[in-house]
Design a protein around this ligand. Structure first.
Ligand SMILES: [Zn+2]
Ligand SMILES: [Zn+2]
Ligand SMILES: [Zn+2]
Length: 321
């Protein structure tokens, strides 16, 4: 029931959300692309940031494309060696799981198993109650494997066009002093993550990690006052995109694919620039892989696989709902 309410609340967030590429973030967006990473500026809150005509809500986009992405609940566990110094690999953890848990007798429905870094294994199941068979598995504990529910990430907010020359302390002082927020409260509830934008400009965009409580306060303001300017605040969601296989949540450097996948026709063995099918319609490599409608660009913001990855990020973030 609680999960259903959370799903509904998140879904409402998505329906009210506006998928807008922030104009002022475009330069940095370009450099992020070059750095093998796609930065998605995705608004959960309403905003007057971009001209109305450019705004398209998820609902409008989905209606237009006749696609609907159900929000999946986040039924995942992570598995790591109990001993930090252990040499056990994710592949060995997976082998242990396969031996320790009988999927037929436990009626477990596995949706996905993937490695996390070079130490852990993530297992996603179709139903929340499936997780008990993994969390309580004595055989895994006996094999030196710790199974736990992953911690949710702190939400991230982007604060746009902050004066470039401010250090973190000056920024936090201004955020507190000029916006009716106690500095102590701020220090306990936020962390400066990183900046993005051009270094030769007078202003830069800052990404901060905040508690759900501070997120609510800042989003309700929409703009915050920092020294002699006011800065727009919005949710910041980030999806890594691989330029070898075009999959999400990893980059080329850590990609398991050995052959380049084309960003236009989705065939293997060549890249976008040397594609001979550029006259033909684009084919999305990700959606093709999952047997979804795939006659769209792999970078299409309405791509079902992309929206699903975005949903995954939302589910892994603690919005305090
Ligand atoms: Zn890849
Ligand atoms: Zn091609
Ligand atoms: Zn797609």
């Amino acid at each position: 029931m609680v999960q259903a309410v959370m799903d509904l609340a998140l879904q409402m967030g998505i329906l009210h959300g506006r998928l807008v590429e922030a104009k002022q973030g475009k330069d940095s967006l370009q450099s992020s692309l070059e750095a093998n990473t796609l930065t998605i500026l995705d608004m959960v809150s309403k905003s007057s940031f971009a001209p109305k005509s450019d705004n398209k809500s998820y609902a409008e986009v989905m209606k237009a494309k006749k696609i609907s992405i159900p929000l999946r609940s986040d039924n995942t566990v992570v598995m790591y060696p109990i001993d930090n110094n252990s040499n056990i690999t994710p592949a060995e953890i997976e082998k242990e799981v396969r031996q320790a848990v009988n999927p037929v007798t436990t009626k477990i429905k596995i949706e996905n198993m993937r490695t996390i870094g070079n130490k852990g294994l993530l297992v996603r199941t179709a139903q929340k109650d499936n997780l008990t068979s993994l969390l309580d598995c004595q055989k895994l504990k006996d094999s030196g494997i710790k199974v736990s529910v992953p911690n949710k990430k702190m939400p991230r907010l982007a604060v746009y066009n902050v004066p470039q020359d401010l250090d973190d302390d000056q920024f936090i002082s201004a955020l507190g002093g000029q916006n009716d927020l106690e500095e102590d409260f701020l220090k306990k509830n936020m962390k400066c993550a990183f900046k993005f934008g051009r270094k030769d400009r007078a202003s830069v965009h800052r990404v901060i990690e905040v508690s759900p409580e501070l997120r609510k306060k800042l989003l309700s303001k929409e703009r915050v006052y920092i020294f002699w300017t006011s800065c727009h605040v919005e949710d910041y969601l980030h999806i890594s995109r691989c330029y070898t296989c075009h999959g999400f949540n990893h980059v080329s450097k850590t990609c398991k694919a050995t052959t380049q996948v084309c960003g236009h026709c989705a065939e293997v063995g060549h890249d976008f620039n040397s594609c001979t099918k550029r006259e033909l319609k684009a084919c999305c490599a990700n959606c093709k892989k999952y047997n979804l409608p795939h006659e769209h660009d792999v970078r299409d913001k309405t791509c079902p696989t992309y929206l699903n990855a975005l949903t995954g990020i939302r589910n892994r973030t603690d919005f305090g709902i």
